[in-house]
Design a protein around this ligand. Structure first.
Ligand SMILES: [Zn+2]
Ligand SMILES: [Zn+2]
Length: 409
């Protein structure tokens, strides 16, 4: 454990003391979570308890059920279909009864026949929450400007935020983010907004992502196969978007660092579709406590990384060096790429240049003086068992830190 780590955020140095805890007390731990998943409350294909059960059984510590423009609150009835391609099938209801016992499923006869009542977040909390698992209430605020899809996840919300609209792409993004920030202020608690899947329907370009004010989060990895994470002939990969957006933010806007998340965006929970299944991408967050506020605070401080399988024991930076420590798996090798943008004669040389590559389990990068920011990507030799795209290797993305040129800028 590092005795003191310094994370650099938004041009200021945030000193996070992580001194060794006194005996008998636990220090910061890593918590695994997914902040983007859908259920029958919107267009997911499974009951919320089915979805929660999967994440609990697969070792997640926290989960955000982020349905489109809705929170899992109040009464909602879903028709039970006899058809094999219905959204809620007879067989699904039977499996819920088998898993959760008699009396769990609440049904009625509605105008269209048999209906099942969807569990609310309060009911799910009662069933699943404990010392090692929590929900963070959230919503995918789902908006659009012309044919550009603008989806923002609001985390740790209390009331639903309707899509805010706007007169441009950037204004629509910003108004939705501002609504999340405003709710946090009103509730006096930490909230977080992350901008989702920029390449979905080729909606957002790096300059749009770069312009986010008051927030600093976007999905560098989204497990939904419709989101074009690797880019295509017309579209940059989301990692390239990250580097270009970081460079624009720091050089032109002075808006500070942009942090990357990996999420599932799962809709297909029955193994009957491979488009967006659970278990593709997640975040590891370092926190003293497993509470919604503590997790959000840690993410806001940049104390998390995105992963599709690679685990880290530690990472940190002190303005001169960025280091990490990989948790090795038997028979697996790791390549760490330190990536950044250099300023040459005051101008960015190339956005997202590969600076150094390392095969070490404790790789580190020493700043040379002209780096605007540096981030790290760790690629393992192991194939992702449940990939976004065939051939994807398990990967971790460490958050960027300001380099010497970024601190001077
Ligand atoms: Zn979306
Ligand atoms: Zn989604």
């Amino acid at each position: 454990m590092t005795t003191q780590r310094q994370f650099i955020a938004s041009g200021a140095l945030l000193c996070l003391l992580a001194a060794s805890p006194p005996q008998g007390e636990t220090g910061p731990q890593w918590f695994k979570g997914n902040t983007h998943t859908h259920t029958l409350w919107s267009d997911g294909n499974a009951a919320p308890e089915h979805v929660a059960d999967w994440y609990v059984k697969h070792g997640y510590d926290f989960l955000v059920l982020s349905d489109h423009n809705i929170l899992s609150q109040g009464q909602r009835w879903m028709a039970v279909s006899e058809s094999a391609d219905g959204r809620l099938r007879t067989v699904d209801v039977e499996s819920l009864e088998a898993r959760f016992g008699p009396g769990w499923v609440v049904e009625r006869r509605g105008s269209d026949g048999r209906e099942m009542k969807l569990k609310t977040l309060a009911e799910l909390r009662e069933k699943f929450e404990g010392d090692d698992f929590i929900f963070i209430q959230g919503e995918e605020i789902t908006d659009r400007y012309e044919d550009h899809e603008i989806h923002v996840n609001g985390l740790n919300l209390d009331t639903v935020i309707p899509p805010q609209g706007g007169d441009s792409i950037v204004e629509t993004i910003q108004r939705n983010i501002d609504a999340v920030i405003a709710q946090g202020k009103r509730l006096n608690r930490p909230v977080l907004a992350h901008l989702n899947h920029p390449n979905y329907k080729r909606s957002l370009r790096p300059e749009h992502v770069a312009a986010i004010e008051g927030e600093r989060f976007f999905e560098v990895y989204n497990g939904h196969r419709g989101t074009r994470g690797h880019g295509d002939i017309m579209t940059d990969a989301t990692e390239q978007i990250w580097d270009v957006a970081l460079t624009i933010r720091l050089v032109e806007h002075d808006l500070g660092l942009l942090y990357g998340l990996a999420t599932d965006d799962a809709h297909d929970h029955h193994g009957n579709g491979r488009v967006s299944v659970p278990g593709r991408g997640w975040v590891w967050v370092r926190s003293d406590r497993l509470t919604a506020d503590a997790i959000i605070d840690a993410m806001r401080a940049g104390d998390f990384y995105a992963s599709t399988g690679v685990r880290l024991a530690d990472f940190g930076a002190d303005g001169r060096r960025l280091w990490l420590q990989i948790v090795p798996q038997p028979g697996v090798t790791y390549t760490t790429e330190f990536i950044g943008t250099r300023l040459v004669n005051g101008a960015p040389a190339f956005s997202g240049q590969l600076l150094v590559t390392s095969q070490d389990l404790r790789p580190s990068y020493r700043m040379t003086g002209d780096e605007l920011y540096v981030r790290a990507r760790v690629i393992s030799s192991r194939l992702h068992p449940n990939p976004f795209a065939e051939g994807d290797l398990e990967t971790a993305w460490v958050q960027p830190v300001l380099g010497p040129a970024g601190l001077r800028h």
